[in-house]
Write a protein that binds this ligand. Structure first.
Ligand code: NCD
Length: 310
């Protein structure tokens, strides 16, 4: 099979077929194995990545940059958007049309849902969406799939609990959209005010995904193989008082985990606030730092695939 992702944008999970997701995951596995032998590969020598972040980020930006460096590519960055031309009123279209003159691929994060598509439409080099508003975070979902496969030996047949702010959390949205390709069961654990948006629940139903909504973390302890815990997305709430009603609503502790019927692993896209106790970190079920490392392999695969060098 050729590489159907060469030259493509990665904007949202529904635009990827199951075969394309499989290709991304198998390329990630291959690059991880090669990186164990050589600390650096030369697949992207002579290529430049531009990162353009209109929202704060440490891990996503750093892991894309590390991925590019591991493939011998180079990186130029705009992280302080407030000190750039955007602060002078430049439109996204003009910004990306200019930046594509300097780089072969752009990774962008933006606070507005839909911004990634607007940017991609304005330019011709591949754009990888590193999060747009509360809607999509496709590269996170891919590294989450990779982590579940690696940690649990597969995704089919597993029960995956998405826990926390399912209304505003873009990582849960993209992961749920990706799981329609597998025979997994989903448990959607959130306060009723922060439930998974209807458009995603409809998508799950259309694909025949077995899912159940609950407010009880105890349900997750009985049923789940994977606890995918997320932060309450403070910055997306209309007011601080609204956020305060939900902060600390779920807290994963060693005691709670000891009641897990299936020895569930704990994942988290990070950053965590207070939803996982630090005492969990040293337990073997704590998968979130391994998950962050997997992000480098999956982003290496994505960069090499859209640039057509694998
Ligand atoms: C997530 C994000 O930006 O949506 N972070 C990340 O990319 N790892 C999760 C979050 O901010 O809660």
């Amino acid at each position: 099979m050729g590489n159907p992702l060469a030259g493509r944008d990665i904007i949202e999970i529904p635009a990827l077929s199951r075969a394309e997701i499989d290709l991304i995951l198998s390329t990630s596995r291959d690059l991880e194995a090669r990186l164990e032998r050589d600390r650096r590969l030369d697949l992207l020598q002579d290529y430049i990545l531009a990162t353009l972040f209109y929202e704060p980020s440490t891990r996503t930006r750093l892991s894309f940059e590390a991925a590019m460096h591991r493939l011998s590519g180079r990186v130029v960055s705009v992280s302080e958007v407030t000190s750039s031309s955007v602060a002078k009123g430049e439109s996204i279209d003009d910004t990306v049309r200019t930046i594509e003159q300097y780089a072969d691929v752009i990774v962008m994060r933006h606070p507005e849902s839909g911004a990634a598509q607007v940017a991609a439409d304005a330019m011709s080099v591949p754009l990888i969406n590193a999060g747009d508003g509360s809607r999509n975070h496709p590269t996170q979902a891919l590294l989450d799939l990779y982590t579940i496969e690696k940690e649990r030996g597969g995704i089919d047949g597993r029960t995956i609990a998405l826990v926390g702010d399912l209304k505003y959390g873009r990582t849960s949205h993209s992961l749920a959209e990706a799981l329609v390709h597998y025979q997994a069961r989903l448990l959607l654990v959130s306060p009723s005010e922060l439930r998974m948006p209807e458009r995603i629940r409809e998508r799950l139903s259309e694909h025949g995904v077995h899912y159940r909504e609950t407010e009880s973390i105890e349900d997750a302890m009985r049923e789940a193989d994977v606890l995918y815990v997320t932060r309450i997305q403070r910055e997306r709430f209309p007011s601080p008082a609204d956020y305060d009603r939900f902060r600390g609503v779920f807290q994963i502790s060693p005691d709670l985990l000891s009641r897990s019927a299936h020895d569930a692993i704990v994942m988290h896209p990070l950053p965590r606030v207070d939803e996982i106790s630090h005492q969990v970190d040293s337990l073997p079920q704590a998968a979130y730092f391994r998950q962050a490392r997997n992000g480098v392999y999956v982003r290496m695969a994505l960069l090499a695939l859209v640039l057509g060098t694998v």
